[in-house]
Design a protein around this ligand. Structure first.
Ligand SMILES: Cc1ncc(COP(=O)(O)O)c(C=O)c1O
Length: 413
């Protein structure tokens, strides 16, 4: 079955607007557009229930119910127990809080493995713990294509390793890391696996049990929702963590790892992500008895196939341009890469490539995307120039990709 791309685009105000739709938007890894279903929940909350939630008067009760629906929807989508979720303002802040929460249970000389492929959120927050005698070791990428090799992790991991912090997919390289192999290795050494799924979740539906990681995170403003960060912590890990909220909330789910408190309307709106996937499910498959995770998984099967096809059209064009170095896999086969495709141009600055594409209403960006260590490892002298990143998701069309490919050919030939 093929994804009905016209139906998908009808769900977004930005695509219904003729002027906005002129732009081919390929900066989705920076943040995706929001469909009607999410906006409806968001505005409804702001219009009718924007009061302190969980009180006894009607608007307050409704506000609490709407927020609970947001938590439950995310829990269902990632196949988790809702009580194990923290929903904070961003993944960076969630990781900062998580690192502080782990600190009291880590001892002088304990080791944490970080990569130089991750967004700085999953590196810097751990490296800061060196002030307390914690040693960080770096699992380094192949400097040619930016990929991680599990054999290098085997050389670093030891009985002193407490945490292995890595991303399921890089927001630049786009290769899906072998989460099962990484997690298995971490667990063999009694270390915990801390998995950043920010660049993964827009392209694949995560199942935290299946992934078998100990902490999982992603950012909902990249998965068609409001600007929030989701952090799931396995129940068995909680005793190792020192609560980070107010002392009287120490045992309270959603609050014990969230010192800022929940963002009410934004959380309520998250239920709209589930509504969106359900709308697509019903349109494509009809009614069902499947649970929400399984419905979303079926929808993502269509997304994956669609994205793979578009990715391969772009990769084919890039492979035929001699003065371009593609990062990650140069072909998208099942389970190997997301639609985040970056390259290093030779003989022309990244910013020049972007400028020329923008002239043709093709929205892309260049730079380091907060992954400066990777950019340096790849041998790029100026991180602000960095790479050209093209990131597509399921709502991009073949016509947009063709325009992009033609734009690239014009620049390089
Ligand atoms: C892979 C990855 N991890 C973490 C982050 C940080 O997420 P947030 O902006 O929610 O702090 C980003 C943001 O771009 C990212 O791409």
């Amino acid at each position: 079955m093929k994804l009905d791309i016209n139906f998908i685009r009808e769900q977004y105000a930005v695509f219904r607007d003729a002027d906005s739709a002129e732009w081919a938007f390929f900066e989705n890894a920076g943040g995706s557009y929001i469909p009607d279903q999410v906006l409806k929940r968001f505005f409804n909350f702001l219009e009718y229930t924007k009061v302190q939630p969980y009180g006894l008067f009607p608007s307050s009760k409704e506000a609490g119910t709407a927020m609970d629906a947001g938590y439950q929807c995310i829990a269902d989508l990632i196949n988790a127990d809702g009580d194990d979720l923290t929903i904070g303002p961003s993944t960076t802040l969630n990781l900062y809080v998580l690192a502080q929460a782990f600190r009291p249970s880590l001892k002088d000389g304990d080791e944490i493995i970080v990569t130089n492929q991750d967004h700085e959120a999953n590196i810097g927050n751990w490296r800061r713990l060196s002030e307390f005698g914690i040693v960080t070791k770096e699992w380094q990428v192949d400097p040619q294509n930016g990929e991680l090799n599990i054999d290098d992790l085997k050389l670093l991991i030891s009985d002193r390793t407490r945490l292995v912090c890595f991303n399921l997919c890089s927001n630049i390289v786009g290769t899906l890391n072998d989460v099962k192999a990484i997690t298995k290795l971490a667990h063999q050494f009694n270390a915990l696996a801390i998995a950043d799924g920010v660049a993964f979740a827009p392209h694949q539906i995560p199942d935290v049990n299946e992934l078998d990681v100990d902490v999982y995170l992603h950012s909902t403003y990249k998965t068609f929702g409001t600007h929030l960060g989701v952090m799931w912590i396995k129940q068995s890990v909680m005793p190792k963590l020192y609560p980070q909220g107010h002392y009287f909330n120490a045992d309270k789910p959603h609050y014990n790892m969230n010192p800022t408190g929940p963002l009410h309307a934004e959380i309520a709106a998250l239920a709209g992500i589930g509504d969106y996937y359900d709308t697509i499910y019903e349109h494509q498959y009809g009614s069902t008895k499947l649970n929400r995770h399984d419905r979303a998984a079926k929808v993502f099967e269509l997304f994956v196939n669609h994205e793979r096809r578009l990715s391969n059209l772009l990769l084919y064009t890039l492979k035929n341009i001699p003065n371009v170095r593609i990062l990650g896999q140069s072909e998208a086969t099942s389970g190997t890469r997301s639609g985040t495709i970056s390259f290093i141009p030779e003989g022309i600055k990244s910013s020049e490539v972007v400028k020329k594409l923008l002239e043709n209403q093709i929205a892309v960006r260049n730079g380091h995307f907060y992954v400066v260590r990777l950019i340096e490892a790849l041998g790029i002298k100026d991180p602000d120039e960095g790479v050209v990143r093209i990131s597509l998701v399921h709502y991009n069309t073949e016509a947009e990709i063709n325009r992009l490919c033609q734009g690239l050919k014009n620049i390089f030939t």
